[in-house]
Design a protein around this ligand. Structure first.
Ligand SMILES: *[C@@H]1O[C@H](CO)[C@@H](O)[C@H](O)[C@H]1NC(C)=O
Length: 250
């Protein structure tokens, strides 16, 4: 990190996992870090306990041409850097207007199991749409499933069956009152069910138990010691199980 960072004032927009990680890393090298959190009450301006140069604010109301950022409570900061940690919007301009999928409110529709556009399955597939997941094991299983289907040893269901499955998911979402943009948001434990389903299709054993436990232990650790969760943890037994497991691949 260049030393001139030390005089930078950085605004981080967003307060989810990436924003938290990134703001901590920046805090150790920047002059000040200000986090804008849309869920924080308007009057929020709290110095964060972990770092004496980090503050949590309400969302930004507007920014001015000279870099001044005004929060909802009217307070302002002159920023050198504004960093968006606000997630991603799905966009597939290369598929053209007549493509068989649409993206509405960040939901790619209609996709069978978040992978296959029903109309053209299995000729087109999407790997890696689900978010709030442990990405790489999930993407690997999706890839294996697609490879199995393309090589013909795993069958794709009929269009009607796929459509029924998609409709069932949407109606569940509606019952829960969830907006469309939650469609590929797997928070709430759904990812492991999905991983295991994919694994089963591919004739794979289910996701290792230690991965699930480690995911939960990490979340607990983060709540218990927000300042030190990246340096201290107490699931060494799970780490040992993982190393034991990895030896199989050597
Ligand atoms: C993701 O979905 C959960 C419900 O499982 C919801 O509480 C959460 O706010 C959603 N996250 C985002 C960023 O939309």
């Amino acid at each position: 990190m260049p030393t001139h960072m030390q005089c930078f004032i950085v605004i981080v927009i967003g307060a989810s996992t990436s924003a938290v990680d990134i703001s901590r890393d920046i805090a150790s090298v920047a002059k000040e870090v200000h986090i804008a959190d849309r869920s924080a009450p308007t009057s929020t301006c709290e110095q964060q306990p972990e770092y004496d140069n980090t503050w949590l604010h309400s969302m930004i109301d507007h920014a001015q041409g000279d870099g001044t950022v005004v929060f909802r409570d009217g307070s302002s900061i002159k920023a050198d850097v504004i960093m968006h940690c606000t997630g991603y919007l799905y966009d597939f301009p290369f598929l053209g207007d007549d493509s068989t999928i649409t993206v509405d409110d960040n939901c790619v529709d209609p996709l069978y199991k978040h992978v296959f556009p029903i109309e053209v399955a299995p000729d087109l597939s999407f790997i890696g749409l689900p978010w709030k997941v442990i990405p790489f094991p999930l993407f690997e299983l999706q890839s294996k499933w697609v490879a199995g289907i393309l090589s013909g040893w795993i069958k794709v269901p009929s269009k009607d069956e796929m459509m029924e499955d998609v409709k069932a998911i949407y109606s569940k979402q509606e019952t829960r009152g969830w907006p469309k943009r939650y469609t590929h948001n797997f928070s709430g434990g759904y990812q492991f069910e999905y991983d295991d389903w994919l694994a089963e299709q591919c004739g794979h054993p289910p996701i290792e138990e230690w991965r699930k436990l480690m995911y939960a232990a990490n979340a607990q650790n983060k709540d218990a010691r927000p300042e030190r969760y990246r340096d201290e943890w107490n699931d060494d037994d799970l780490v040992a199980q993982a190393s034991e497991d990895f030896k199989k691949y050597l």
